[in-house]
Design a protein around this ligand. Structure first.
Ligand code: PMP
Length: 301
């Protein structure tokens, strides 16, 4: 079932009634922050980490989230419950709120908070089995000293533009480089490569969001005994990698089997990627903040 009830600044409203002022600076200027989370089997995965990132993003743009993290936890689990969802994607948005046509946020009275929970699969199921095509794009990742990639702001134009470039090029996802030509991330996902048994991912200071899935994969890889390195690499390193995969809350873990027309190894998702995807799937179903604690307790009893 898709979401019927949306949390909108203090109340649950039906999807068709969930509307925001055209004077909201989130709409007028992309002034606000957001998070994307997932609930698996009634458990919200890494809720605390997502809330930490949301509040850090908000702090960075001097936006005060009008709820405590405890309140936000209840709002998020409450939205899942209200829609009777077991497994779904959750979007949390905090916008600056309605102001006037000037861009000064001082004119905005109060932030608006929206929580949506609904089923979402980023790519068709067969791409998870086959792997996707990745293409590098001309647009560079935002420089950290201009608009930090760590701020998950409503200004996602940089990412949208690369998605347009990927669509134009006929590939499934974009590969973004930074202004020095080093690989950073995809349009909404982090990148890993595997070479001679070692797993590499770029350090986030090069211009990638510190993905929560990324951090989970690093943890799982280390627990499983893989050699894991955060190290800068270039397109060339991606072309000649044994495996390439992307991670993100929405995409989860997905292999890339073609990069700029270069087939990666034998053109099929590799062993390490498949192993980490399995470990990830296990971890997400056994970890997380419960949305239905009473049901779980009565099942256990
Ligand atoms: N990079 C960008 C630009 C993103 O928008 C996302 C999605 N939040 C990611 C990486 C992956 O982060 P996470 O694993 O926390 O979803």
């Amino acid at each position: 079932m898709n979401s019927q009830w949306i949390f909108l600044s203090g109340e649950f409203v039906r999807k068709e009634d969930a509307v925001i002022s055209v004077y909201d600076h989130g709409f007028l200027y992309g002034d606000g922050v957001f998070e994307g989370l997932r609930v698996y089997s009634g458990n919200v995965f890494k809720l605390e980490e997502h809330l930490d990132r949301l509040y850090d993003s908000a702090k960075s743009i001097m936006l005060e989230v009008p709820y405590t993290k405890e309140e936000m936890t209840s709002i998020i689990t409450g939205t899942v419950q209200r829609n009777q969802l077991e497994s779904a994607y959750i979007r949390v948005v905090v916008s600056r709120g309605a102001g006037n046509l000037g861009l000064d946020p001082a004119a905005c009275a109060e932030p608006r908070v929206v929580v949506i929970a609904e089923k979402l699969s980023m790519f068709p199921e067969e791409l998870y089995d086959q792997g996707l095509r990745l293409g590098s794009v001309a647009s560079r990742r935002n420089r950290p000293d201009v608009l930090s990639p760590q701020v998950k702001s409503l200004n996602y134009l940089n990412n949208i533009l690369v998605k347009i470039e990927a669509n134009q090029a006929g590939v499934d996802e974009a590969l973004m480089l930074n202004d020095q030509g080093y690989v950073t991330e995809g349009s909404a996902d982090n990148i890993f490569i595997v070479k001679n048994g070692t797993i590499y991912t770029p350090p986030v200071h090069l211009g990638a969001l510190e993905g929560i899935t990324r951090n989970t994969i690093i943890e799982l890889a280390e627990e499983a005994g893989y050699k894991m390195k955060e190290q800068a690499f270039t397109r060339h390193d991606v072309f000649v990698a044994d495996e390439v995969f992307l991670t993100g809350t929405a995409v989860e873990v997905i292999a890339a089997v073609d990069v700029d027309g270069r087939k990666i190894a034998d053109g099929r998702p590799g062993e390490v990627t498949r192993h980490l995807r399995t470990l990830f799937k296990e971890r997400v179903t056994t970890d997380g903040v419960q949305c239905y604690p009473d049901v779980t307790a009565s099942k256990a009893a």
